[in-house]
Write a protein that binds this ligand. Structure first.
Ligand SMILES: Nc1ncnc2c1ncn2[C@@H]1O[C@H](COP(=O)(O)OP(=O)(O)OP(=O)(O)O)[C@@H](O)[C@H]1O
Ligand SMILES: [Mg+2]
Length: 234
């Protein structure tokens, strides 16, 4: 990792701290994530996992330090540049965050509409993403009638439809039964195999054990460095 050339890192955090009032949610966090890595972020409740994910899509701004995401310095970008950042990212949340009054199809197509894709391109891409996650037969339904696992598959389709370079997921399986959770993880692995960098915040130690990838562990807002040989166990 240390010998990797800088340009191979798609995400870099330098001494990042985040304060919410008096609460320091992240403390002096520095780390690099390589292009096409699959990384778990774990640690106890309140450790700062969601805060780290929010900083990466600029849902929040760091109190100090620098965050570089795909060449963009998030401390320096203007409001106008945020859509350009978001187009490089797909984001998945524990509570899905689908628009309940829009169809499954429209929840996914909105990403491409906002990105200014030509209307003729949109339908095939949306249907391809819905087929990929196995929910194309529900395209015309509204999210509230779907099960949790189905909703999350729509959210995965929405995250991947724009072919983003980075996919961020905050407890994507936190509200799902084990079978649905395993299906969501397989989809995230497929997104990773297709070339994206995937960062998943999760408590799910079983998932972490089953997937031999890098684990970033936070405790009380700080990075905890596991011994190299034990990395998979953290
Ligand atoms: N908007 C906010 N205002 C004040 N404090 C906040 C805010 N967001 C997070 N915090 C605090 O920052 C700390 C880190 O929160 P965060 O949500 O990042 O933890 P987490 O690791 O995602 O926890 P969980 O596993 O429960 O989701 C917590 O102490 C939390 O209470
Ligand atoms: Mg959280």
């Amino acid at each position: 990792m240390i010998s990797m050339p800088e340009e191979k890192f798609i995400i870099r955090l330098f001494n990042v701290s985040k304060q919410y009032g008096k609460k320091e949610a992240l403390k002096d966090l520095s780390l690099n994530i390589a292009e096409n890595e699959f990384v778990f972020v774990t640690g106890p409740s309140g450790a700062g996992k969601s805060t780290m994910i929010k900083l990466l899509y600029r849902g929040e701004t760091a109190s100090s330090g620098d965050i570089i995401v795909d060449g963009l310095n998030l401390a320096r970008i203007s409001r106008k540049q945020i859509p350009a950042l978001r187009r490089r990212l797909g984001v998945i949340f524990q509570d899905f965050k689908l628009i309940p009054t829009r169809t499954v199809y429209h929840n996914v197509s909105l990403v491409l509409e906002v990105a200014g894709r030509k209307p003729g391109e949109i339908r095939p891409l949306v249907m391809e993403a819905l087929e990929y996650v196995g929910i194309d037969d529900r395209a015309d339904e509204l999210p509230p009638v779907l099960s949790g696992g189905e909703k999350q598959r729509v959210a995965v389709a929405r995250a991947m439809v724009g072919a983003p370079r980075i996919v961020l997921a905050d407890e994507p399986t936190g509200s799902l039964d084990p079978d649905s959770a395993a299906r969501i993880f397989s989809l995230l692995e497929a997104v990773h195999r297709s070339g994206a960098t995937v960062i998943v915040a999760t408590h799910d130690q079983e998932m972490i054990r089953r997937h031999a990838v890098r684990v970033i562990r936070l405790e009380n807002g700080r990075l905890v460095m596991p011994a190299q040989q034990d990395e998979r166990l953290w």
